[in-house]
Design a protein around this ligand. Structure first.
Ligand code: 5AD
Ligand code: SF4
Length: 427
């Protein structure tokens, strides 16, 4: 979502006549589009901003945007006096005004609304890739998981008008995009805040799949509670919709899930996984897991371990719990030591590594569809892309295949990357 916001802001700045610079030493404006999800993300930005304050770059116009703007507000000016503006996630549309104000007045400017009310110029975004990109469909989150800062930094759920989404996708297809990722903190809530539109997430998917030239659709991310049978059926039946669904479990013990306010039990989660796999046998499921949530016992962690082993996710993002200011979980002591958190994380990482190895082995000899993204950095005779299930594949081929879909037969792997031979181009 931050990358998408960055591209929207880059588009606004380019329309103002600015050009993008990849050289921090030369840029006149430096914008830090930040994340607050874990302490590590915030510390990285604070460290970098501190360094800039001590360098000659402190005279550039410096802005802090994104979740840290909403989480830290004016305190950013106090800690970092060289920051010129602070612009929250709901105020991106005001970037021009804020820059004008900073330039004209030589004063600081801050906007950190709690609710997203102004549509952004997504069509004018300056996108990094010419092949695959993201389309924002809903912003904010109403789920209030007790560990998570997002409902406070990005505000309540606000769906985007389906006609605007369809139009953006149509234009992106016209521009040659082959893969679109629909974005939201919880895409499955799409339309819940706008009942009169009568458009649920799966309805939107059916509309988008019908667009001529639509090749691949992905979406990110989902809350298990809102993964409906209709959505599963859409994944099974729509040609362009990839059979890869992020389905964040977070923890494997009912007591911890309840304390996290995840509003499902392990059994309910498993039932959804079983239904999904029954309806769409080739579906690949991804997950997020947090270890060391306050009061998580060894036995409860073992339940998470056992569940991950049982489900065999095809992709897992694993995190140590990080206390976030303003969240309900801050009320509870962060009582799992760093050492234990790290031990638990390492155990899950090596379990997931075993699962990946087993899955890679099972894929050998099979054929997959790859969207070719680029030549490999090591050898231009080899090209690289991803399968519908987001697996990275390398095979022999020339640059002119970039942007095409190729059938590849897999014969090996190197680390996480699958290796194969091209069998055919997809017509
Ligand atoms: N600590 C650790 N991980 C977190 N996540 C969200 N908040 C926290 C936190 N306070 C993880 C969740 C979420 C992912 C985007 O980040 O697993 O799904
Ligand atoms: Fe955070 Fe996701 Fe929970 Fe929303 S659903 S509060 S974004 S973890």
């Amino acid at each position: 979502m931050n990358e998408n916001d960055t591209e929207v802001m880059a588009g606004m700045l380019e329309r103002r006549g600015l050009t993008r610079s990849y050289d921090e030493e030369r840029a006149d404006v430096l914008i830090f589009n930040t994340c607050s999800i874990r302490d590590h993300a915030e510390r990285k930005v604070m460290g970098k901003l501190g360094l800039i304050g001590r360098s000659k770059r402190r005279n550039a116009i410096i802005g802090v945007t994104g979740c840290m703007a909403n989480a830290k507000k004016e305190s950013l000016f106090r800690k970092l006096p060289h920051v010129d503006f602070v612009l929250g996630t709901s105020n991106i549309h005001e970037l021009d005004t804020v820059l004008d104000q900073v330039i004209a007045g030589g004063q600081t400017a801050i906007r950190t609304d709690t609710r997203f009310t102004h549509e952004l110029d997504y069509i004018g975004a300056s996108r990094d890739s010419k092949l695959k990109t993201s389309v924002s469909i809903i912003r904010g989150c109403d789920k209030y998981c007790t560990y998570c800062v997002v409902p406070y930094t990005r505000g309540p759920e606000v769906s985007r008008n389906p006609d605007d989404i369809v139009e953006e996708c149509r234009q992106l297809i016209d521009q040659g995009y082959k893969e679109l990722t629909l974005l939201g903190q919880n895409v499955n809530s799409y339309g819940n805040d706008q009942k009169d539109w009568g458009c649920h997430f799966h309805d939107l998917l059916y509309r988008l799949d019908k667009l001529p030239g639509m090749e691949r659709i992905r979406f990110m991310t989902s809350h298990p509670v809102d993964i409906t049978r209709e959505l599963m059926e859409a994944v099974g039946s729509l040609d362009s919709l990839c059979e890869f669904v992020h389905f964040p479990l977070q923890a494997g013990a009912d007591r911890v899930l309840k304390k996290m306010h995840r509003i499902y039990t392990v059994d309910e989660y498993l039932e959804k996984v079983a239904t999904f796999r029954e309806l769409v046998p080739n579906v690949c499921l991804g997950t997020d897991i947090i270890v060391g949530f306050p009061t998580e016992t060894d036995a409860e962690f073992e339940e998470t371990y056992r569940l991950m082993k049982e489900i065999e996710f095809s992709c897992a993002f694993l995190f140590e719990y990080s206390p976030r200011n303003g969240t309900p979980a801050m009320r509870w002591r962060d009582d799992v030591s760093e050492e234990v958190k790290n031990e638990r994380l390492q155990r899950l990482l090596s379990l997931q590594e075993e699962i990946y190895a087993k899955q890679r082995q099972q894929m050998l000899g099979t054929e997959v569809e790859v969207l070719v993204e680029r030549t490999t950095s090591r050898d231009p005779k080899y090209i690289k892309g991803r399968t519908r299930c987001w697996k990275s594949v390398v095979f022999e081929g020339a640059e002119d295949l970039v942007g095409t879909f190729q059938q590849v037969k897999l014969h090996g792997y190197s680390h996480q990357t699958l290796l194969g031979d091209r069998v055919a181009s997809r017509s």
